[in-house]
Design a protein around this ligand. Structure first.
Ligand code: IMP
Ligand code: MG
Length: 176
C-alpha cells in the first residue's frame, strides 16, 4: 500500500466523547423498547461496537453488507447488497448504524429496501456526514460529526480496505 499523507481531523478522545452523548440520546429514545441494531458492513463495525455499548435498552444485533465504493476513493453510484439481515424486522424498532453519509446513495437504497419490510420504526445514525456531497435524499436522525467534502480514513473507514484500524479519523491529503 502506498503511503498516504494523513491529517487527524477527529481525535480518539473526541470520538469517544461524542459516542457517549449519542448513546445517552438513544438510550432515552429506546426506553422500554426492543431494538434491532443493524451494523452496516464493512465501514461501521468499529463505530457500531463502541456505540451499542453506550446504549442501555433491550437489543439484538444484526449485520448487513453493502458495497458502493469498489476499491476507489469515489462512489460508483451503484450499491450492491452483499449480506442481508438474519432478523425479521416487521413490527420492530430498527437502528441503522452507518459510518459515513457521503452522497446519500447507500442510505437511500437501504431505506428503500427496509421500509417495505414494515418495521415499527427506523432510526438512522451516522458517525460522519458530508452535507456538501449530497446527491440524493435520505433520512438521518443523529449525526456524530459533520465534515467537509474530503476523503477520510480510520475508525472503520478505509482506503482500499486499509487504515480501518486507526482509532481516529484522518483526512487523506495526497489523494487525487
Ligand atoms: P454514499 O453512498 O455516497 O453516501 O457513501 C456511503 C459509503 O461510502 C460509506 O458507507 C463509506 O463506506 C463510503 N465512503 C464515503 N465517503 C468516504 C470517505 O471519505 N472515506 C471512506 N469511505 C467513504
Ligand atoms: Mg460504509
Amino acid at each position: 500500500m502506498e503511503n498516504l499523507k494523513l491529517k487527524t481531523i477527529i481525535t480518539e478522545k473526541e470520538i469517544q466523547k461524542r459516542i457517549a452523548a449519542m448513546g445517552a440520546t438513544l438510550t432515552d429514545k429506546f426506553k422500554g423498547k426492543e431494538v434491532v441494531a443493524v451494523c452496516i458492513l464493512k465501514g461501521s463495525f468499529v463505530f457500531f461496537s463502541d456505540l451499542i455499548r453506550q446504549i442501555q435498552c433491550d437489543m439484538v444485533c444484526d449485520f448487513m453488507g453493502l458495497s458502493s465504493y469498489h476499491n476507489k476513493s469515489y462512489t460508483s453510484g451503484e450499491v450492491k447488497l452483499t449480506l442481508d439481515l438474519n432478523s425479521t424486522i416487521e413490527g420492530r424498532h430498527v437502528l441503522l448504524v452507518e459510518d459515513i453519509i457521503d452522497t446519500g446513495i447507500t442510505m437511500n437504497y437501504l431505506q428503500q429496501i427496509l421500509e417495505p419490510r414494515k418495521p415499527a420504526s427506523i432510526t438512522t445514525v451516522t458517525l460522519l456526514h458530508k452535507p456538501e456531497a449530497k446527491k440524493v435524499d435520505c433520512t438521518v436522525d443523529l449525526v456524530g460529526f459533520k465534515i467537509p467534502n474530503d476523503f477520510v480514513v480510520g475508525y472503520g473507514l478505509d482506503y482500499q480496505n486499509h487504515y480501518r484500524q486507526l482509532p481516529y479519523i484522518a483526512q487523506v491529503e495526497n489523494l487525487n
